[in-house]
Design a protein around this ligand. Sequence first.
Ligand code: SF4
Length: 343
Amino acid sequence: MSSNSRQNAETPLLKVSNLETAFKIDGEYHNAVDNVSFSVKPKQIVGIVGESGCGKSVMSLSIMKLLPKHNGEIRSGQVDFKGKELQDLDDNEMNTIRGKDISMIFQEPMTALNPVFTIGFQLEEVLFNHMNISKREARLKSVSLLKSVGISRPEQIVEEYPHQLSGGMRQRVMIAMAIACQPQLLIADEPTTALDVTVQAQILELLKEIQEVNDMSIILITHDLGVVAEMCDEVIVMYAGRIAERASAEELFYNPKHPYTKLLMGSIPKLDEEVEKLSSIEGIVPSLVNMPKTGCKFVDRCPQAMAECRELTPQLKEDNVNHEVACLLYENSFPTERVKVSK
Ligand code: SF4
């Protein structure tokens, strides 16, 4: 590899810096994404994990500038995609990027597909939006896209409507639409959650194949660490709008540090163990309006919480090479004698 191409491989495709996204509720702004920074390199698969309400999906909608207009807002920070500051682009400029350079697939393809149009029509729409091609070329390309995502009899499927397909087939169609213009970045938001286990595995396999063939980067948003273990190079664990931990997938699984990550690990089913009931994390993620104003937002659920955790906000710090964690247990300046919080 030449030093130039090595440098290119290291230059991030996407760089999110100090992103704050808020929703206005009863006249007050509440941060759903709170000072988040991370980057995605070319050909990298970055997993973003956490329970519902941790800010994962809001972050992806912020990157795509698809926040609800009536109350969602990027309040500060930058989203740099190949040198372009996306937060400064208007709707028209974003429309040229969405679908062409960055695509997104969602959990429930039925809500993203239009039930009144055929699969072929919807695929061709994507192609016409970004490419100057004839109707015939668009139809041929649609058929070949469906074939590339493992759909048999694609010539018939282009004539069918979304409700005529199974959940797995619909998700394959969504993937075909998302890769139609060969984007460099795909954001997959819980792409397999609505599918049964066998189909989940097939869709993940397909995403991985497509990523390799097209040299694409993927941000994979999921609540499932098992999916992350299968797929990702790097993992970001989010809690209550902030990054709790970030590391390579290997490092995170062998050496989890944040108490939240450790608890999430405990909820992964293990094939070689007879588990009667999966351990789940007690309590719930605080809602936007009930977010603690100071201290660690995980304090009410953390088995290692200390009195100081209610006062001091942990900052994301590099604990090891390429491993960052936001927890007072890992802050050097923290007093060695720690007091456990009584609950
Ligand atoms: Fe738990 Fe305190 Fe660390 Fe937060 S800062 S995760 S409450 S130990």
